[in-house]
Design a binder for this molecule. Sequence first.
Ligand SMILES: N[C@@H](CCC(=O)N[C@@H](CS)C(=O)NCC(=O)O)C(=O)O
Length: 216
Amino acid sequence: MPDYILHNYFRSTTSVRVRIALAMKGIEYHYKGYSLLPNEHKSEAYLKLNPQGLVPSLEIDGKTVLTQSMAILEYLDEIHPTSALLPSDAVGRARVRSLSQIISVDVHPVNNLRILRYLENEFGADGEAKKAWFQEWAHAGCKALETRLAGDIETGKFCHGDTPTMADICVYAQMFNNDRFGMAMDAYPQILRIQSECAKLPAFQAGAPMNQPDAT
Ligand SMILES: N[C@@H](CCC(=O)N[C@@H](CS)C(=O)NCC(=O)O)C(=O)O
């Protein structure tokens, strides 16, 4: 088993994704926390690991550093195939990646800390304005996701069938941010149902923000 160091932050939902995948696959790793508020992820040492200055990064055997949570999930799935994060058929994989990307490509990036900070610093957005911005894009993603989950025959106990995939990881992780920004989720029964199924699983519990060593 490679020696893994996960550079991450307890509240970061992209970090939640990787922690859940590691736990699903039973992979042990060293946890290195970086507090985002005082910009520990912008330190010279961290920028050497990840020039984007974003968490998470996964260091392997002190030699290789992987960045971008979804690329890390795909790597883990290739190297440690047990508890697959993607279905075995190509159409299924495309569907799961597509559901995942509603969150990872279209919702999370526009609501990231650096975007909210930019809105505040450059355009004077206050707490309410930032909340409205967050909710606009999170609702857009949730509406589409809910429609897909409610209408697609492939939806099961989880987003795709009856075992969790990377789509469930993305949905479950995003819900922590939705909660923090006061999103009303009652219009999304499928998402809520899947969140509650995920929350029963030890691997999802292991990746959750409140269960991390740097949680405050
Ligand atoms: N697409 C990247 C995004 C990583 C990312 O934006 N991480 C957030 C935490 S969830 C971060 O480091 N934010 C710091 C900032 O915005 O300054 C991934 O999936 O890994």
